[in-house]
Design a binder for this molecule. Structure first.
Ligand code: PHE
Length: 376
């Protein structure tokens, strides 16, 4: 009896020690994103940037002698899946921090879950202002849409010198509606006129009704604050209907698939973005070189760059903590100052947002020609 009890205890304590060391010699970070679904290139690119950043850090010894272990969950670009996978990362995997999402709508779902559980979350690329307002554990390393919308309104009115614009927005999508509203307000403030402001629904594939209406109103530019898949289809149909307006958009256009879907119809259009591959800044040049070496000569898009910056900022914050606890990571993230990123110098302000410049690029097949930068 006694021996049995002793053996039992022994086995119990061994399992305990083993499971403890397993958890304690790595730092678990959770990533959630659209690795599949309608905007899969967002999640895939971001994941590539994050992995490259953490591998570099781990190769140099990790954080306080511990390696970072990334656990990535695919939400298929769906709202319902987002809540599910984020809850799983927090309660089952017990990650100390979260990276994600790209799409504002999905960051808006994950944010309150992270906040409630006291887990810091860094969005690499969600630009809707409400994202970080969900609580003091929510951060981002990109600029926000009030700035991005201003940039495109200013570009239309001052660089392209146009007076008449139309807007095509996706109903109910936080990013699309938010950015459309800012563009409208700013463009009007600059003396422009919005001749039509129309919308479409999630999963729509026929935009001919809206485009026909635009054609009659003759806007010089059409602002389409949507993601690359919709934009590609809209551009195709616009040209089929012989709509001549220049197409403008925001960072949601940034995907290697934009030209694949939009083909020649998308060429000559402009969008605002987080960085330019034409930069001669050594930080950017080095990043692109390493990324291409690692990923089969692929040119990193803005999402890969933001994923890389977000992961590095999180790692530096973890390094500055005493015990890498979630609350200390939160406190250190808030102190991020003058971080030299691929997407610019990053300082987190009191609203947990990054204040940075934006670039405007022009689509030329798979290339994005740098046109101008706008500082905040
Ligand atoms: N800013 C977009 C959003 O908030 C996401 C995005 C960022 C898409 C960068 C592409 C490139 O929804």
């Amino acid at each position: 009896m006694r021996i049995l009890k002793f053996l039992n205890l022994l086995i119990l304590s061994i399992t305990f020690v083993v499971s403890c060391t397993k958890k304690e010699d790595v730092i678990l970070v959770g990533e959630y994103g659209s690795l599949t679904g309608d905007d899969a290139t967002f999640g895939i690119s971001t994941n590539k940037g994050i992995k490259m950043a953490f591998d570099e850090i781990n190769a140099k010894g990790g954080i306080k002698g511990k390696k970072i272990k990334l656990i990535t969950e695919d939400n298929q670009g769906k709202n319902e899946e987002t809540a599910k996978v984020v809850n799983r990362l927090i309660t089952q995997d017990k990650v100390v921090a979260l990276l994600g999402e790209v799409a504002s709508a999905r960051s808006l779902i994950a944010g309150p879950i992270a906040q409630k559980n006291g887990i810091p979350m860094v969005s690499p690329s969600s630009t809707n202002p409400d994202v970080t307002e969900k609580g003091d554990f929510i951060f981002r390393v990109c600029f926000i849409d009030p700035f991005q919308g201003f940039v495109m309104a200013k570009f239309a009115s001052q660089n392209l010198n146009v007076k008449k614009a139309a807007i095509l927005r996706k109903t109910g999508d936080a990013y699309s509606e938010g950015l459309a509203n800012v563009f409208s307000t700013e463009f009007k403030k600059m003396g422009g006129e919005i001749v039509a402001d129309l919308s479409y629904q999630n999963k729509d594939i026929d935009f001919k009704g809206q485009l026909t209406e635009f054609k009659a109103k003759k806007p010089e530019v059409i602002f389409i604050p949507s993601y690359y898949g919709d934009v590609g289809m809209i551009a195709q149909q616009a040209r089929q209907l012989d709509v001549k307006s220049t197409l403008l958009g925001g960072d949601g256009w940034d995907s290697p698939k934009l030209h694949e879907i939009g083909k020649e119809a998308i060429n000559g259009s402009y969008f605002s973005n987080h960085y330019t591959t034409e930069s001669t800044d050594p930080v950017v040049v080095e990043f692109i070189k390493k990324f291409k070496e690692r990923y089969n000569n692929e040119t990193p898009d803005g999402l890969a760059a933001l994923g890389y910056d977000a992961a590095k900022i999180l790692a530096e914050a973890m390094e500055r903590t005493k015990d890498v606890s979630s609350i200390q990571i939160r406190d250190e993230l808030a102190k991020t100052k003058d971080f030299v990123g691929v997407t610019g110098k990053i300082t987190i302000n009191e609203k947990r947002n990054a204040v940075k410049s934006a670039v405007v690029v022009q689509v030329e097949n798979e290339k994005r020609k740098y046109v101008t930068s706008v500082a905040p």
